[in-house]
Structure formats: C-alpha cells, structure tokens
Design a protein around this ligand. Structure first.
Ligand code: 3PG
Length: 398
C-alpha cells in the first residue's frame, strides 16, 4: 500500500479523508476533544508543505442523509484554523458546482474543508455516482481516517474506484503498523484485556483472540455472563442469558488451547449504579441476590496486574467496570496507571478505554492509543477493513 511519502503532491488537489467525528461541547458547540483533529496534522502539513491543495472531508455524527445544522463541521473548521494559524474555509456542501469550483480554485498550500459527508445518504450507501463526484474534487486520494475505515462508505471505499492515485495518510499507516506489531508479530507473552458491557458485541473478537494470545483477561459487565457460565450466581447484575452457552464454549476453547483466561475472583457490588455509597467487595461466589456487579474487586485488580507484569505486549479494549460513576472507576484506573508504568508495548483501543486512560492522567505514558472504536474492534476480530482493502486494491491497479 502506497503511503503519503510516495506521492508527489505538488500543485495537486489532495482529497484527504479524515475522521473529524469529534465530540462537541453541549453548551457552546465548540470542539470538546481535538485528539482526532491533531492526529491528522502530520499528513495535512506534509500536503501543504509539499505545495499540495488539501480538500478535507469527514462525517460528523449520524445525520442519516439530512442536513442537521448541529452536525455541521463549522466548529471543526474554526478549530482547525486555530491549530494551523490559517483560515480554513468550510464549503457549503461536499459535492456540487460551487464546491467543485472551490476545490479547483484552491491555491497550493491552502485547505478547504467540505461540509459533513453524511448530509448525503449516498455517502453511507457507497453510491457510485456520489463516489465519482467526490473523486472529481481530487487528483490524489489519501485516507487518513482509520476510525471510519471499517465502513464501506463512498468517501472511504467507492471513491477509490474513480481516482488516479491513492495513498494511506500517516495516521492510518501508524494504526496499521501498530496493530501488526501488537497482534500479528507480537513480542510474547501477549496479553489482551477485554472489558465493556456486552459479550454479544465481542464474540467475534474473543473467537479470533483465543488462538493468538497467551493471556486473556475478561472484565466489565461482560464478565458476568462468563461467571454465570461457570455456575456462579451474579445476583441482579447485567447478564446476557442467551450468551451463557457461548461463554461456556469460549472458555472450553481456551482451555483446549492452553490459553490462560483470567476472570474476576471478587467484585464490587451495589444495589444500583447510583448507590455507590453502599458499594462493597465480595468474592464472586457471594454476590447477593439483590446486588449488581459494577466493577471487579481489589483482589482481581491486583491479580490482573500481577498476570500482566511479565507480558511483553498488552492490548486493552473496554473498561473493567462502570468507570464513569465513582467508586466503580477503581479497577479501570488502576489498570490504566499500570499500563502507563509498564515496560511492555501497550496498545489501548476503543473510545471508553481511551477516555479512561485520559481520565487516569496517563495518556502520554501508554505505548499507543488508537483513534478507532468500531474500527479497532473489527481489527481485533481479524476482519479486513473495507477502507484499507480499497487502498490496497487501488495501489495494485495504478
Ligand atoms: C467512530 O467514531 O467510531 C467513527 O467516526 C465511525 O463512526 P460511525 O460509527 O458513525 O460510522
């Protein structure tokens, strides 16, 4: 796959697909977290310094083909202008005559941001005509939007059929390289920590991981289903009864392959999420019938850290507890801080885990934080992301 370094951008219109799907402040609508904007600055600077003309395109939210003013990319244009110290105009749309003119007349070294791609339903439908219209805005297509590369959408997938030249931006290339280093050719022992609420959303991930890892740590509410599969009573905890058999089968599979699976041995229970003042720690076989599990217990938390200590690679996706509601943040924050101190190659993926790492104040200390949520999960599931496949194909044809 070609990367931006292999492209001569001088004088060319470079369509840079980015992921500016960022949280906006509820009160004033400004950008609340600009991690995803900063992530593409190296690619953008490369284009501008090389005399290229940068046409940036992104989605924001899920407007479902309607123009939703609250989902305009205007706040992002303003924020980016501030970061670059240069005016970044926002086009009134992402296709059409006016936009075409704006892209054609863009001067070298300047940036144009297109309006939200998903204001057109054709974007998510991967519509060929819409893909062609987007392609008409560019001489070169660069995908630097890892976080949306699991979507076969027009600006991620279809467009590559109509452009002369395609390349991966630095952020996308870094995500792929990090994933290879952590999951494909890892330094061993390799541990993966999987948490979050539901087993049902992570079955594919667990199935794909079991043959690859040396240690699998399962936490979060999804662990409840595994505890139930082991015959434990989980009281009033969130549990997916229809997946208890699947959990059993996954544990059997791990046992057959000699993979160590670490499940909670103690848990923090409370009558409800908002009754943290009545939280207490109990062994997993003593969960009261009216108590719900909201975090793994202290013993489990230290067992996890001890098990991870000798690992050379640790990948983490999904919180160990309801970390947004004190006191149920403890195990998740302890894990984040442990990964911050660890000498292992540590990779964190998924919005919740990335936010936990930030809240624990260790974002600068972990090895790598993926910008992807769903895209990172699909990589863990062993899937080939459509956006990446399209870039590879485009490279072979040119
Ligand atoms: C994300 O935030 O995970 C990406 O921007 C993809 O957004 P989507 O789930 O709405 O496609």
């Amino acid at each position: 796959m070609k990367t931006l370094d292999q492209v001569d951008v001088s004088g060319k219109r470079v369509f840079l697909r980015v992921d500016f799907n960022v949280p906006l402040d509820k009160k004033d609508g400004t950008v609340a977290d600009d991690t995803r904007i900063r992530a593409i600055l190296p690619s953008l600077r490369k284009v501008l310094d090389g005399g290229g003309r940068a046409v940036l395109a992104s989605h924001l939210g899920r407007p479902k083909g309607k123009v939703v003013p609250e989902l305009s990319l205007a706040p992002v244009a303003r924020h980016l202008s501030g970061l670059l110290g240069m005016d970044v105009p926002l086009a009134p749309d992402c296709v059409g005559e006016t936009v075409q003119k704006m892209a054609d007349q863009l001067a070298p070294g300047r940036v144009l941001l297109l309006e939200n791609l998903r204001f057109h339903e054709a974007e998510t439908r991967n519509d060929p005509e819409f893909s062609r219209q987007l392609a008409d805005l560019a001489d070169v297509y660069v995908n630097d939007a890892f976080a949306v590369s699991h979507r076969a959408h027009a600006s991620v997938h279809g467009i590559t059929n109509y452009v002369k030249e395609c390349a991966a931006g630095y952020q996308l290339a870094k995500e792929i390289e990090t994933f290879q280093q952590a999951m494909v050719n890892p330094q061993r022992p390799l541990a993966v920590v999987i948490g979050g609420a539901k087993v049902s959303t992570k079955i594919g991930v667990l199935e794909n991981l079991i043959p690859k890892v040396d240690l699998l740590v399962i936490g979060g509410a999804m662990a409840n289903t595994f505890l139930k599969a082991q015959g434990k009573s989980v009281g009033a905890s969130l549990v997916e009864d229809e997946f208890v058999d699947t959990a059993k089968a996954l544990l059997d599979q791990a046992r057959r392959r000699g993979v160590r699976v670490l499940l909670p041995t103690d848990v923090t229970v409370a009558p409800a999420l908002d009754a943290g003042d009545r939280a207490r720690q109990v062994p997993v076989d003593q969960v009261p019938s009216d108590g719900a599990i909201f975090d793994v217990g202290e013993e489990t938390s230290s067992l996890i850290r001890r098990a991870l200590e000798p690992c050379a690679t640790v990948v983490w996706n999904g919180p160990l507890g309801a970390f947004e509601t004190p006191p149920f943040q403890r195990a998740t924050f302890d894990l984040a801080r442990f990964l911050g101190r660890s000498k292992a190659f540590t990779v964190v993926g998924g919005g919740d885990s990335a936010s936990a790492v930030a809240k624990a104040g260790v974002s600068d200390q972990v090895g790598y934080i993926s910008t992807g949520g769903g895209a990172f999960l699909e990589m863990l599931e062993g899937k080939v992301l459509p956006g990446i496949a399209a870039l590879e194909k485009c490279g072979q044809e040119s």
